[in-house]
Design a binder for this molecule. Structure first.
Ligand code: NAP
Length: 284
């Protein structure tokens, strides 16, 4: 029997709907959530991501602003703008879209965002708190994956989980959230040997690499849960994940598609973090 589909698009819509009332309540109390997005340069893909985030904010009533800065913006100018947003009480979340032009240090920029406004969950303080099992803001993509796992009721505690990829944005925080949920976690990366032998042990397999069809049917444990974080382009320009979907689907128990899986959940969790930031401020 083919695996059941984990519908990230539908789950994200449910999450957004649940946020609408929280945003209304905050707005009535004079704390309408605000997200400030900074886009440096004219990378077309980044422009689309930023626009999509703005639309998603609008759908739930979050106030959003986009600072479009030219590609030759200096690091100092960008840091100055972040400082202003850090001090702006109407701004609860700040997001700097990556990639940044090569003359700007992403790590210095990330460090400049007040961690209480780091709704992407990527600041070293937020990464550290996630590592310690006491998260303040979780990185949006792994947070969305946890919601997807919860939605299908798969037991995480005691399961064998394998995470492919060890980036600060996805792989590492993903492993920490699974560990906090009492999975036994293995992290694999580009230097991992005998990858298939490892992935075949996984009750839960998260692919976050960026290589089309890296995960094939022979690498998957029958009945397991497969979450595909990867985003790649096919020769025809279509979006595709890291998993050989059609064939893996014949072996797995659950599988998330690309598109319509993790992508919409990442944005839903960005909105969730922004609303949480505004709720925390409202309580101060
Ligand atoms: P990244 O920073 O490029 O990290 C990729 C990771 O994959 C690295 O840790 C790398 O290992 C590992 N890797 C490379 N080849 C491998 C192989 N053959 N076997 C096992 N691991 C391998 O990418 P990222 O930011 O984590 O993103 C990963 C993918 O998810 C990308 O396709 C990205 O577009 C997508 N993504 C999607 C969303 C969404 O919302 N849908 C959000 C974020 C990212 P090394 O560390 O050894 O180099």
């Amino acid at each position: 029997m083919a695996a059941r589909i984990i519908d990230g698009k539908a789950l994200a819509a449910d999450i957004r709907e649940a946020l609408v009332d929280r945003v209304k309540q905050l707005s009535v109390d004079g704390h309408r959530p605000g997200l400030a997005v900074i886009l440096v340069g004219d990378d077309p893909a980044s422009a689309v991501y930023v626009r999509n985030k703005g639309v998603a904010c609008e759908q739930v009533g979050i106030q959003s602003s986009i600072d479009r800065m030219p590609a030759d913006t200096s690091e100092d100018e960008l840091l100055k703008r972040i400082g202003e947003l850090n001090r702006d009480d109407n701004v609860h979340g700040i997001l700097v879209q990556t990639p940044l032009p090569s003359h700007i240090s992403s790590s210095r920029v990330l460090a400049a965002i007040a961690f209480e406004k780091d709704v992407d969950g990527l600041h070293a303080t937020n990464a550290g708190l996630t590592l310690m099992g006491t998260p303040y803001f979780r990185s949006c993509t792994p947070y969305g994956v946890m919601k997807m796992l919860e939605s299908i009721g798969t037991p995480i505690e005691g399961s064998q989980a394998v995470v492919l990829g060890r980036s600060n944005m996805v792989g590492k925080p993903m492993a920490m959230l699974l560990l906090a949920a009492n999975a036994t976690v293995t992290i694999a990366h580009s230097k991992t040997r005998a990858l298939a032998a490892i992935t075949r042990t996984a009750d839960i397999l998260i692919a976050a690499v960026g290589r089309r069809k890296l995960v094939t049917a022979d690498m998957v444990k029958p009945g397991s849960v497969i979450i595909d974080v990867g985003t790649n382009r096919t020769a025809e320009g279509k979006l595709a994940g890291d998993v050989d979907f059609d064939n893996v689907r014949q072996v797995a128990g659950w599988i998330s598609p690309v598109p319509g899986g993790v992508g919409p959940m990442t944005i839903a969790m960005l909105l969730t973090n922004t609303v949480e930031a505004a709720e925390r401020r409202a309580c101060q």
